[in-house]
Design a protein around this ligand. Structure first.
Ligand SMILES: C[S@@+](CC[C@H](N)C(=O)[O-])C[C@H]1O[C@@H](n2cnc3c(N)ncnc32)[C@H](O)[C@@H]1O
Length: 185
């Protein structure tokens, strides 16, 4: 992978992650429907401006909970602005994490890592932490971008997940993207 690999996406680019054009190509509900059910507790690591978190909250329903975490307060602020004064405010817990620590202790049924794993330097640490909070039948969906992350870098990531104990299966089909589902072995 190039040295652009783990550069963190700046808050100024939030608009390119949260717009109608993206929704045409990447409808969050279509992508996440097989994994998120009503009443689940779900975590998004690197939520950015909340393109997925908001739909995750709609899908988890009134009895569910979303923990949307990001290391940049500016990104969390964008999510806060979107949900302030709506019923989703009670369903989405915003959490500022550290670069190498998620720092969430709730047990979760599903974890979304969308366009973020390549930005996280300590991937073993990430997978260990997710393992410790993921419920036994829980699932983790990783999606990495088409060109920015090479096939070999993605395979390295999967190897690191396996070394922690995860087993992997194919993720959803998304044109040119790299996707995988991790479960506890
Ligand atoms: C390319 S954006 C993707 C945002 C969102 N997942 C999406 O697809 O719209 C990557 C996000 O991950 C966050 N991020 C990067 N490294 C992180 C880390 N170590 N822990 C938590 N968040 C991180 C960045 O701040 C940024 O908001």
């Amino acid at each position: 992978m190039s040295d652009r690999g783990n550069r963190v996406c700046p808050v100024e680019r939030a608009g390119s992650l949260d717009n109608r054009i993206r929704r045409w190509f990447q409808n969050p509900q279509k992508i996440l429907r097989p994994y998120i059910k009503e009443g689940m507790t779900v975590l998004e690591v690197g939520c950015g401006p909340g393109f997925f978190s908001v739909d995750m909250a709609l899908m988890a329903g009134k009895s569910g909970q979303v923990i949307a975490c990001d290391m940049q307060e500016g990104m969390l602020e964008k999510v806060r602005d979107k949900i302030n004064g709506t019923e989703l405010e009670a369903r989405i817990k915003l959490h500022k994490c550290e670069e190498n620590k998620i720092g969430v202790s709730n047990h979760v049924d599903f974890v979304l890592l969308f366009y973020v794993v390549h930005e996280i330097p300590n991937k073993e640490g990430l997978f260990n932490e997710i393992w410790s909070i993921l419920r036994p039948k829980g699932q983790v969906l990783i999606v990495e971008p088409p060109f920015h992350v090479s096939k070999s870098a993605f395979e390295e990531t999967i190897k690191k997940a396996r070394s922690v104990g995860f087993v992997d299966t194919n993720g959803p089909n998304m044109l040119f993207h790299k996707t995988v589902i991790l479960k506890k072995g």
